[in-house]
Design a protein around this ligand. Sequence first.
Ligand code: COA
Length: 214
Amino acid sequence: MTVPLVIVGCGGHGREILTIARAVNATIGRPRWQLLGFVDDRPSEVNLKRVQRLDVPYLGGTTWLAEAPPDTHHVVGVGDPRIRRAVADRVDRYGVAAASLVHPDATLGPDLRHGPGLVAFAGTRVTTNVTVGRHVHLNQNCTVGHDCVLADHVSVNPLASISGECRLDEGVLVGTNAAVLQGLRVGRDSTVGAGACVVRDVPEGVVVKGVPAR
Ligand SMILES: CC(C)(COP(=O)(O)OP(=O)(O)OC[C@H]1O[C@@H](n2cnc3c(N)ncnc32)[C@H](O)[C@@H]1OP(=O)(O)O)[C@@H](O)C(=O)NCCC(=O)NCCS
């Protein structure tokens, strides 16, 4: 079945997600995703030009979704977890379902449980008994170990490594190439800086960085 897809956000992250949809289509040899285009309430001129080069139309602001064709799905192409949450909440009012996109070169454990809007980029590795919420984005070459729970709107950036039995609360960002050691919890809306190594629980609403992360 071919599913019409709209990407919310013309920025780099949204355009990277387009490449996932295209990779899925190319791998299965038929159009699983019919790319209707991008919506964005405040696209920059430079990003509109970049979208144009990808041969996918810019459809307009998010209100475009109010008149979307039946069965249209959307994916929120915003990298920052808290901005993604705000955009997802705005888009929810149009009743357009959220798609989950998994690059063919991602490996997800067969017992993964996930909410709508999951995006798994190329090289993502998720092992066993992992639970992820809504609009969770797993970026290129990140790993998520056994028995982890990632709440809604979490982002794991490229090359970051989440060890087994961790819990990342709602809106957490784990920066590029960071590590969270086994069994630890990162509190709601906290940020783990790029390259950090988290060695103890992180409270909510803070930024930690460095090795060990402080
Ligand atoms: C940690 C982080 C959130 C801090 O952001 P910020 O508050 O804007 O910090 P600033 O850039 O103003 O830097 C503040 C200080 O922290 C240092 N710093 C910034 N990021 C750091 C990091 N990841 N590790 C160690 N030190 C860092 C800066 O050198 C600066 O030090 P100084 O005060 O001695 O000059 C951010 O740098 C980061 O790592 N975010 C992750 C983003 C990511 O993964 N990007 C990739 C997207 S694919």
